[in-house]
Design a protein around this ligand. Structure first.
Ligand code: 3PG
Length: 305
Protein backbone atom coordinates (compact mmCIF):
# COMPACT_ATOMS: atom_id res chain seq x y z
CA UNK A 1 0.00 0.00 0.00
CA UNK A 2 1.25 3.49 -0.77
CA UNK A 3 2.00 5.83 2.11
CA UNK A 4 2.55 9.43 1.07
CA UNK A 5 4.63 11.82 3.18
CA UNK A 6 3.78 15.34 2.04
CA UNK A 7 5.42 18.19 3.95
CA UNK A 8 5.92 21.83 3.03
CA UNK A 9 8.52 22.12 5.81
CA UNK A 10 10.92 19.16 5.43
CA UNK A 11 11.81 16.69 8.18
CA UNK A 12 15.51 16.34 9.09
CA UNK A 13 17.32 13.84 6.79
CA UNK A 14 17.77 11.32 9.65
CA UNK A 15 14.03 11.43 10.29
CA UNK A 16 13.24 10.89 6.60
CA UNK A 17 15.55 7.87 6.57
CA UNK A 18 13.91 6.42 9.69
CA UNK A 19 10.42 6.96 8.24
CA UNK A 20 11.49 5.27 4.99
CA UNK A 21 13.02 2.33 6.89
CA UNK A 22 9.85 1.94 8.98
CA UNK A 23 7.58 1.99 5.92
CA UNK A 24 9.80 -0.30 3.82
CA UNK A 25 10.19 -2.83 6.63
CA UNK A 26 6.41 -3.03 6.91
CA UNK A 27 6.15 -4.01 3.25
CA UNK A 28 4.39 -0.78 2.27
CA UNK A 29 5.65 1.69 -0.30
CA UNK A 30 6.76 5.24 0.55
CA UNK A 31 6.39 8.35 -1.59
CA UNK A 32 8.05 11.48 -0.23
CA UNK A 33 7.12 14.94 -1.49
CA UNK A 34 8.83 17.86 0.26
CA UNK A 35 7.96 21.46 -0.55
CA UNK A 36 5.45 20.41 -3.22
CA UNK A 37 2.64 22.54 -4.63
CA UNK A 38 -1.10 22.07 -4.18
CA UNK A 39 -1.18 20.48 -7.66
CA UNK A 40 1.62 18.09 -6.62
CA UNK A 41 -0.44 17.04 -3.62
CA UNK A 42 -3.58 16.46 -5.68
CA UNK A 43 -1.55 14.25 -8.02
CA UNK A 44 0.37 12.38 -5.31
CA UNK A 45 -2.68 11.48 -3.17
CA UNK A 46 -4.44 9.74 -6.09
CA UNK A 47 -3.10 6.30 -5.16
CA UNK A 48 -2.22 6.87 -1.50
CA UNK A 49 -3.83 4.81 1.24
CA UNK A 50 -2.01 6.55 4.05
CA UNK A 51 -0.92 10.20 4.30
CA UNK A 52 1.55 11.83 6.70
CA UNK A 53 1.62 15.63 6.96
CA UNK A 54 2.77 18.40 9.32
CA UNK A 55 0.96 21.77 9.28
CA UNK A 56 -0.02 21.19 5.66
CA UNK A 57 -3.62 22.09 4.91
CA UNK A 58 -5.71 19.04 4.08
CA UNK A 59 -9.11 19.97 2.70
CA UNK A 60 -12.15 18.18 1.36
CA UNK A 61 -10.87 18.85 -2.19
CA UNK A 62 -7.72 16.84 -1.43
CA UNK A 63 -9.76 13.99 0.05
CA UNK A 64 -11.97 13.97 -3.07
CA UNK A 65 -8.80 13.47 -5.12
CA UNK A 66 -7.75 10.50 -2.92
CA UNK A 67 -10.31 7.71 -3.40
CA UNK A 68 -8.11 5.10 -1.69
CA UNK A 69 -7.12 7.21 1.31
CA UNK A 70 -7.94 5.54 4.65
CA UNK A 71 -5.80 7.34 7.21
CA UNK A 72 -4.11 10.73 7.69
CA UNK A 73 -1.58 11.18 10.47
CA UNK A 74 -0.50 14.67 11.43
CA UNK A 75 3.13 14.22 12.58
CA UNK A 76 2.75 16.63 15.49
CA UNK A 77 0.19 17.84 17.98
CA UNK A 78 -2.16 20.44 16.45
CA UNK A 79 -4.58 19.20 13.79
CA UNK A 80 -6.41 22.44 12.99
CA UNK A 81 -4.94 22.16 9.46
CA UNK A 82 -7.07 19.11 8.66
CA UNK A 83 -10.77 19.30 7.83
CA UNK A 84 -12.00 16.70 10.33
CA UNK A 85 -15.65 16.77 9.27
CA UNK A 86 -14.66 16.19 5.67
CA UNK A 87 -12.40 13.32 6.74
CA UNK A 88 -15.26 11.70 8.67
CA UNK A 89 -17.54 12.08 5.64
CA UNK A 90 -14.87 10.46 3.46
CA UNK A 91 -14.47 7.60 5.97
CA UNK A 92 -10.88 8.64 6.69
CA UNK A 93 -9.36 8.24 10.16
CA UNK A 94 -7.29 11.25 11.32
CA UNK A 95 -4.69 10.89 14.09
CA UNK A 96 -2.00 13.08 15.63
CA UNK A 97 1.19 12.02 17.45
CA UNK A 98 0.78 13.59 20.89
CA UNK A 99 3.91 14.39 22.88
CA UNK A 100 6.43 13.52 20.18
CA UNK A 101 7.60 17.08 19.49
CA UNK A 102 6.67 18.74 22.78
CA UNK A 103 10.14 19.06 24.30
CA UNK A 104 11.37 20.85 21.19
CA UNK A 105 8.55 23.40 21.43
CA UNK A 106 9.12 23.81 25.17
CA UNK A 107 12.83 24.53 24.69
CA UNK A 108 12.03 27.24 22.14
CA UNK A 109 9.82 28.99 24.72
CA UNK A 110 12.96 29.62 26.76
CA UNK A 111 15.08 30.43 23.71
CA UNK A 112 12.70 33.26 22.87
CA UNK A 113 12.08 34.32 26.47
CA UNK A 114 15.78 34.69 27.32
CA UNK A 115 16.36 36.57 24.07
CA UNK A 116 13.58 39.05 24.85
CA UNK A 117 14.63 39.46 28.50
CA UNK A 118 18.17 40.26 27.27
CA UNK A 119 16.79 42.94 24.94
CA UNK A 120 17.49 40.84 21.86
CA UNK A 121 21.20 41.01 22.75
CA UNK A 122 21.53 44.73 22.02
CA UNK A 123 24.08 45.35 24.78
CA UNK A 124 21.69 47.00 27.27
CA UNK A 125 21.22 45.38 30.70
CA UNK A 126 18.32 42.95 30.61
CA UNK A 127 16.72 40.77 33.26
CA UNK A 128 16.90 37.17 34.46
CA UNK A 129 14.25 34.45 34.59
CA UNK A 130 15.19 33.23 38.08
CA UNK A 131 12.56 34.08 40.69
CA UNK A 132 10.05 35.30 38.07
CA UNK A 133 6.51 33.98 37.69
CA UNK A 134 5.61 32.01 34.57
CA UNK A 135 1.97 31.23 33.76
CA UNK A 136 1.10 28.46 31.34
CA UNK A 137 -2.10 28.66 29.34
CA UNK A 138 -2.81 24.89 29.03
CA UNK A 139 -1.01 22.12 30.82
CA UNK A 140 -0.75 19.44 28.16
CA UNK A 141 2.41 17.83 26.81
CA UNK A 142 4.15 21.09 25.88
CA UNK A 143 3.02 22.95 29.02
CA UNK A 144 4.36 20.19 31.25
CA UNK A 145 7.74 20.26 29.53
CA UNK A 146 7.84 24.05 29.90
CA UNK A 147 7.11 23.66 33.63
CA UNK A 148 9.92 21.12 34.02
CA UNK A 149 12.45 23.41 32.34
CA UNK A 150 11.17 26.51 34.18
CA UNK A 151 12.03 24.88 37.48
CA UNK A 152 15.64 24.57 36.33
CA UNK A 153 15.63 28.34 35.83
CA UNK A 154 14.27 28.79 39.37
CA UNK A 155 10.91 30.18 38.24
CA UNK A 156 7.55 29.98 39.98
CA UNK A 157 5.12 28.18 37.69
CA UNK A 158 1.33 28.29 37.56
CA UNK A 159 -1.07 26.94 34.95
CA UNK A 160 -4.62 27.29 33.70
CA UNK A 161 -6.21 24.22 32.15
CA UNK A 162 -9.82 23.25 32.75
CA UNK A 163 -9.13 19.71 31.55
CA UNK A 164 -6.38 19.01 34.10
CA UNK A 165 -7.23 18.37 37.78
CA UNK A 166 -5.55 20.62 40.36
CA UNK A 167 -3.91 17.65 42.09
CA UNK A 168 -2.07 16.70 38.93
CA UNK A 169 -0.58 20.20 38.61
CA UNK A 170 0.24 20.33 42.30
CA UNK A 171 1.97 16.96 41.97
CA UNK A 172 4.32 18.59 39.46
CA UNK A 173 4.95 21.65 41.63
CA UNK A 174 2.68 23.88 39.55
CA UNK A 175 0.08 26.21 41.07
CA UNK A 176 -3.37 25.63 39.53
CA UNK A 177 -5.25 28.70 38.26
CA UNK A 178 -8.91 28.82 37.27
CA UNK A 179 -9.35 31.97 35.27
CA UNK A 180 -7.53 33.72 32.40
CA UNK A 181 -7.61 36.99 34.32
CA UNK A 182 -5.66 35.36 37.16
CA UNK A 183 -3.19 33.93 34.67
CA UNK A 184 -2.38 37.30 33.11
CA UNK A 185 -2.49 39.41 36.28
CA UNK A 186 -0.31 37.09 38.39
CA UNK A 187 2.54 36.36 35.97
CA UNK A 188 5.30 38.46 34.42
CA UNK A 189 5.53 35.84 31.69
CA UNK A 190 2.64 34.00 30.08
CA UNK A 191 3.24 31.13 27.66
CA UNK A 192 0.40 30.00 25.38
CA UNK A 193 -0.17 26.30 24.69
CA UNK A 194 -3.85 26.28 23.75
CA UNK A 195 -5.04 24.86 20.43
CA UNK A 196 -6.86 27.00 17.86
CA UNK A 197 -10.54 26.14 18.32
CA UNK A 198 -13.73 28.20 17.85
CA UNK A 199 -13.57 28.88 21.60
CA UNK A 200 -9.92 30.05 21.73
CA UNK A 201 -9.65 31.95 18.43
CA UNK A 202 -9.04 35.66 19.05
CA UNK A 203 -9.29 35.11 22.81
CA UNK A 204 -5.98 36.76 23.80
CA UNK A 205 -6.16 40.49 23.32
CA UNK A 206 -6.30 43.93 24.90
CA UNK A 207 -8.12 43.16 28.16
CA UNK A 208 -5.89 40.26 29.21
CA UNK A 209 -2.63 41.95 28.13
CA UNK A 210 -3.48 45.08 30.10
CA UNK A 211 -3.65 42.94 33.26
CA UNK A 212 -0.02 41.84 33.00
CA UNK A 213 2.44 43.03 35.64
CA UNK A 214 5.13 45.55 34.62
CA UNK A 215 7.57 44.29 31.96
CA UNK A 216 5.28 41.42 31.02
CA UNK A 217 6.20 39.14 28.13
CA UNK A 218 3.66 37.04 26.22
CA UNK A 219 5.18 33.97 24.54
CA UNK A 220 3.25 32.24 21.76
CA UNK A 221 4.39 28.87 20.46
CA UNK A 222 0.78 27.75 19.95
CA UNK A 223 -1.17 29.26 17.05
CA UNK A 224 -1.46 32.81 15.67
CA UNK A 225 -5.25 32.45 15.49
CA UNK A 226 -5.63 32.57 19.28
CA UNK A 227 -4.44 36.20 19.27
CA UNK A 228 -6.69 39.20 18.70
CA UNK A 229 -4.00 41.12 16.82
CA UNK A 230 -5.72 44.52 16.95
CA UNK A 231 -6.24 44.17 20.71
CA UNK A 232 -2.66 43.08 21.32
CA UNK A 233 -1.39 46.00 19.26
CA UNK A 234 -3.48 48.47 21.25
CA UNK A 235 -2.12 47.05 24.53
CA UNK A 236 1.48 47.33 23.30
CA UNK A 237 0.79 50.93 22.24
CA UNK A 238 -0.61 51.87 25.66
CA UNK A 239 1.92 49.89 27.69
CA UNK A 240 5.51 50.51 26.49
CA UNK A 241 6.76 47.91 29.00
CA UNK A 242 4.89 44.96 27.43
CA UNK A 243 6.53 42.59 24.95
CA UNK A 244 5.43 39.80 22.61
CA UNK A 245 7.45 36.90 21.18
CA UNK A 246 5.93 34.38 18.83
CA UNK A 247 6.92 31.34 16.82
CA UNK A 248 4.04 32.08 14.47
CA UNK A 249 4.12 35.39 12.60
CA UNK A 250 0.99 37.46 13.06
CA UNK A 251 -0.88 38.45 9.88
CA UNK A 252 0.11 42.03 10.69
CA UNK A 253 3.75 41.20 11.54
CA UNK A 254 5.22 44.12 9.59
CA UNK A 255 3.06 46.62 11.43
CA UNK A 256 4.03 45.10 14.81
CA UNK A 257 7.73 45.24 13.88
CA UNK A 258 7.49 48.79 12.59
CA UNK A 259 5.62 50.09 15.63
CA UNK A 260 7.34 48.17 18.43
CA UNK A 261 10.79 47.24 17.05
CA UNK A 262 12.74 45.50 19.84
CA UNK A 263 9.61 44.74 21.89
CA UNK A 264 8.43 42.06 19.48
CA UNK A 265 10.11 39.06 17.89
CA UNK A 266 8.76 36.54 15.38
CA UNK A 267 10.65 33.53 14.06
CA UNK A 268 10.94 33.85 10.26
CA UNK A 269 9.52 30.33 9.89
CA UNK A 270 7.66 28.30 12.56
CA UNK A 271 10.53 26.55 14.34
CA UNK A 272 9.07 25.08 17.54
CA UNK A 273 9.04 21.48 16.40
CA UNK A 274 11.88 21.85 13.93
CA UNK A 275 14.62 19.80 15.61
CA UNK A 276 16.16 16.56 14.41
CA UNK A 277 14.89 14.82 17.54
CA UNK A 278 11.29 16.05 17.24
CA UNK A 279 11.22 15.29 13.50
CA UNK A 280 12.50 11.79 14.18
CA UNK A 281 10.06 11.09 17.02
CA UNK A 282 6.98 12.56 15.34
CA UNK A 283 7.86 11.21 11.88
CA UNK A 284 8.49 7.64 13.00
CA UNK A 285 5.44 7.66 15.30
CA UNK A 286 3.32 8.87 12.35
CA UNK A 287 4.68 6.14 10.09
CA UNK A 288 4.06 3.45 12.73
CA UNK A 289 0.51 4.74 13.31
CA UNK A 290 -0.34 4.76 9.59
CA UNK A 291 1.04 1.24 9.19
CA UNK A 292 -0.84 -0.04 12.27
CA UNK A 293 -4.10 1.52 11.07
CA UNK A 294 -3.75 0.04 7.57
CA UNK A 295 -2.86 -3.36 9.06
CA UNK A 296 -5.53 -3.77 11.70
CA UNK A 297 -7.38 -0.51 12.28
CA UNK A 298 -5.26 0.67 15.26
CA UNK A 299 -6.62 4.14 16.05
CA UNK A 300 -5.56 5.10 19.59
CA UNK A 301 -4.94 8.76 18.69
CA UNK A 302 -7.91 9.28 16.39
CA UNK A 303 -9.15 12.88 16.58
CA UNK A 304 -12.22 12.66 14.31
CA UNK A 305 -15.20 10.45 14.97
C1 3PG B 1 2.43 20.97 16.28
O1 3PG B 1 1.23 21.26 16.31
O2 3PG B 1 2.83 19.80 16.41
C2 3PG B 1 3.45 22.06 16.16
O3 3PG B 1 2.84 23.29 15.99
C3 3PG B 1 4.50 21.80 15.09
O4 3PG B 1 4.06 22.03 13.78
P1 3PG B 1 4.97 21.72 12.51
O5 3PG B 1 5.05 20.25 12.35
O6 3PG B 1 4.27 22.38 11.37
O7 3PG B 1 6.32 22.32 12.73
Amino acid sequence: MKILVFTEKPFAPAAVKAIADTVNTSGNELELVEGGTHADLLEAVKNAEGLIVRSDKITSEIMDAAPKLKVIVRAGAGYDNIDLDAATKHGICVMNTPGQNSNAVAELVFGMLVMMCRNQYNGKAGSELKGKRLGLYAFGQVGRNVARIAKGFGMEVSALDKFVPDVMMEGEGVKPLHDAKELFSQNEFVSLHIPATPETKGSIGYDLMMLMPKNGVLVNTARKEVIDEAGLMKALEERPDLRYVSDIKPDTAEEFEKKFAARVFFTPKKMGAQTAEANFNAGVAAAEQVIAYLKDGWNKYQVNK
